[in-house]
Design a protein around this ligand. Structure first.
Ligand code: ZN
Ligand code: ZN
Length: 68
């Protein structure tokens, strides 16, 4: 067994979708186009990590170690 090189043994990775913030811009381009100028799209909870900002490492399945 060895520390996972992808997550450095932590077992978790920063969510690739929200970059660790747990929130993403609403994915509705039509609504954004129709919004008043200057209005910011309301961020919604990241569907990929459910607002946590991290996701289990896909390589080691969150265990932090890989089998050689
Ligand atoms: Zn996320
Ligand atoms: Zn890993």
């Amino acid at each position: 067994m060895a520390a996972c090189p992808k997550c450095n043994g932590s077992g978790i990775l920063q969510c690739h979708r929200c970059k660790g913030t747990g929130k993403v811009a609403k994915e509705n381009s039509e609504a954004i186009v129709n919004m008043a100028p200057g209005a910011n799209p309301e961020p919604v909870r990241c569907p990929s990590c459910h607002g946590v900002g991290t996701e289990p490492c896909s390589r080691c399945d969150g265990s932090g170690v890989v089998h050689c």
